[in-house]
Design a protein around this ligand. Structure first.
Ligand SMILES: *[C@@H]1O[C@H](CO)[C@@H](O)[C@H](O)[C@H]1NC(C)=O
Ligand SMILES: *[C@@H]1O[C@H](CO)[C@@H](O)[C@H](O)[C@H]1NC(C)=O
Ligand SMILES: *[C@@H]1O[C@H](CO)[C@@H](O)[C@H](O)[C@H]1NC(C)=O
Ligand SMILES: *[C@@H]1O[C@H](CO)[C@@H](O)[C@H](O)[C@H]1NC(C)=O
Ligand SMILES: *[C@@H]1O[C@H](CO)[C@@H](O)[C@H](O)[C@H]1NC(C)=O
Ligand SMILES: *[C@@H]1O[C@H](CO)[C@@H](O)[C@H](O)[C@H]1NC(C)=O
Length: 551
């Protein structure tokens, strides 16, 4: 009897847990052009509700985000939520392979649930070169009260968006690339939309305030379009606590290399003589130098900042060693992307190894970038829609990219590039960079384990040097010049997911691909149906809806 009663109680509990509605956060966003002069030259930027950078989204795990976005630009628009996993829901990923664009004068309501990725993220426009004009902003996921985070609540929680910046418009940059020219070097480095100095060389107003003795959280994201940046704060150490939604072991650093597309959280204690201090962001792995600054002010103090900026580290070995010092906090109860399986990622058998080598070539006099010899191009009908409506075979060819790269001198082909990955398999991906410049990659839909990095070419022997215990699970990773980075993950999230270079001229010119993960069950437990409000375009416009997924 008591046993029976227990099971009934448990069943009721599970049912109510499933039906309990999680809180909703509603947003209405107006995306428009505006004119500002971050580097002293008036230029057109993309604003969200009149703001540059855009507003912060402050959410808590399990919140439902309902965001109605009105496109008041004169060109198509999509917003992507960088690093937000969109479980079962690549419909919300907001990239050209999954979504039809929101046309000028139209709107689309994004509807997604944030899960246990406790940490720091950002959003940005995914079409063309639009992200070089702004439209980005911070997105944080807080822990529910019942799941403690591994540090005391900070006195305040700040978002610091650092990035390279061009004064040419995004349409000009795109035109350069379309004509086979490079976009060249950036004109400056911005911190939260500001260069730090006005045109007379005077400091701008402080960006952040601290009270002596208190500890603050700074969430630093590199929202730039290509440049790796070193971030540091005069006179203050930073205790690293989180990156890309995973809690780390709390080591202290004088400076951090943050590559395009990555976010780090640090704790900074106001333990110096009260005054103003510079935050500094400077390029890494470039031949030129630029400096972005911003002021942190101790409240009620009027000591100007020292004009002597802390030096940036030199060389890539420093950066590589810093990466090696990052460890996942295995005992922190929050921020574990997939507690069921990947926690013991080192003991999961690899079922497949895909080696992707980036390359650059010239086709018809124009530069293209590729992965394994294929330079991706978006078909007019988003890949995910073609797949859902059952016409993928007419629209593109799967697996034009093979698991091994072609010979180095093979010509580059321009084609839609989609890899099929078997649902729930654990796959190792080797990212090999034979070029002299640094790479930074992002994978949507998952957190992956960066297993290892090394100089030169990857070989099966390289596996001996993998970190199979506590590498920090994340969605963006760098590959050093003439080096490799190995990652692995379980493809347990059905959908169409973008693997791309975070260096946007490379992404724009084809250095990206999609990974299609299909659940054979066609079940709502694995993937959601096409949303009712989905924008339909291209070849599927007049096609009947396929039978919906069922429980
Ligand atoms: C959106 O912004 C544009 C440009 O500022 C403005 O003309 C328009 O009225 C705004 N729309 C809404 C719905 O607020
Ligand atoms: C963000 O949300 C959390 C949890 O709801 C809340 O405690 C915090 O005050 C919010 N922060 C801001 C800046 O709104
Ligand atoms: C556009 O906005 C209206 C409200 O102004 C809303 O009813 C409608 O669902 C939105 N369209 C889409 C496609 O989300
Ligand atoms: C890891 O998280 C635990 C639990 O929150 C915390 O007590 C511990 O200090 C953290 N460890 C490190 C090395 O940061
Ligand atoms: C510190 O100064 C800033 C700017 O004047 C103010 O917004 C903030 O509330 C102050 N903080 C405290 C704790 O007084
Ligand atoms: C992994 O592979 C080894 C060797 O083939 C096998 O003994 C082991 O059972 C496998 N482990 C799992 C979890 O499948």
């Amino acid at each position: 009897m008591s046993r029976f009663g227990y099971f009934v109680g448990l069943a009721l509990f599970i049912l109510s847990a499933v039906h309990a509605e999680d809180p909703y956060l509603y947003f209405t966003w107006n995306v428009s052009y505006g004119t500002i002069s971050p580097l002293g030259v008036p230029q057109q930027v993309i604003l969200i509700n009149g703001e540059f950078p855009g507003p912060n989204i402050n959410s808590t795990s399990n919140n439902n985000v309902v965001l109605n976005l009105f496109n008041n630009l004169d060109e198509p628009f999509l917003m992507t939520w960088n690093g937000i996993q969109q479980r079962k829901n690549s419909w919300q990923d907001g990239v050209p392979g999954t979504n039809c664009p929101i046309l000028p004068g139209h709107n689309f309501t994004y509807h997604f649930q944030v899960k246990d990725q406790i940490g720091s993220f950002f959003y940005f426009p995914s079409i063309g070169m639009q992200r070089s004009a702004g439209g980005f902003g911070g997105l944080r996921i807080n822990s529910r009260l019942l799941i403690p985070v591994p540090f005391d609540p900070p006195a305040a929680d700040y978002t610091v968006l650092i990035g390279d910046w061009y004064t040419k418009s995004h349409t000009t940059l795109a035109r350069f690339l379309d004509r086979g020219r490079s976009i060249g070097r950036p004109a400056g480095i911005l911190i939260n939309g500001k260069a730090g100095k006005d045109s007379h060389g005077n400091d701008e107003e402080p960006l952040f305030f601290m009270e002596a003795g208190l500890t603050y959280r700074y969430r630093i994201c590199n929202v730039g379009i290509k440049t790796s940046l070193n971030y540091r704060v005069q006179g203050h150490e930073m205790k690293l606590v989180e990156m890309d939604g995973s809690h780390t072991q709390q080591n202290t650093y004088e400076s951090l290399d943050i590559h395009a597309g990555q976010c780090f959280s640090v704790l900074i204690t106001a333990d110096q003589e009260p005054g103003d201090y510079y935050m500094v962001a400077t390029p890494r792995f470039t031949k030129y130098s630029l400096t972005g600054t911003g002021i942190i002010r101790y409240n009620n103090s009027n000591k100007p900042p020292s004009p002597v900026l802390p030096d940036a580290p030199v060389g890539w070995a420093w950066s590589f060693n810093q990466w090696r010092s990052f460890h996942w906090n295995l005992t922190a109860s929050a921020a574990r992307p997939n507690p069921q399986g990947s926690y013991h990622y080192g003991s999961i058998n690899i079922t497949r190894t895909i080696k992707l080598v980036n390359s650059v070539g010239v086709i018809d006099g124009k530069r293209r970038y590729a992965l394994n010899g294929v330079s991706h191009t978006d078909p007019e009908t988003p890949l995910k829609l073609s797949e859902y409506f059952g016409i993928a075979d007419k629209e593109f060819t799967y697996d034009v990219v093979k698991d091994e790269p072609p010979p180095a001198d093979s010509p580059i082909k321009i084609q839609p590039s989609v890899i099929k990955a078997t649902f729930r398999t654990y796959i190792e991906i080797i990212l090999e960079n034979p070029e002299r410049s640094i790479q930074s990659y992002h994978l949507s839909g998952f957190s992956f384990f960066p297993l290892g990095m090394g100089a030169g070419k990857w070989t099966p022997e390289s596996r001996k040097k993998y970190n199979l215990l506590d590498t920090v699970s994340r969605h963006a990773i760098q590959v050093y010049p003439r080096s490799w980075t190995a990652i692995a993950l379980t493809f347990d999230n059905a959908g169409m997911w973008n693997l791309r270079s975070n260096l946007w001229e490379r992404q724009y010119l084809g250095q990206q691909l999609y990974i299609s993960v299909i659940s054979p069950a066609r079940s709502l437990r694995d993937e959601y149906n096409l949303p009712d409000n989905a924008i339909i375009c291209g070849s599927v416009v007049n096609l009947p809806l396929p039978p919906p997924y069922t429980i």
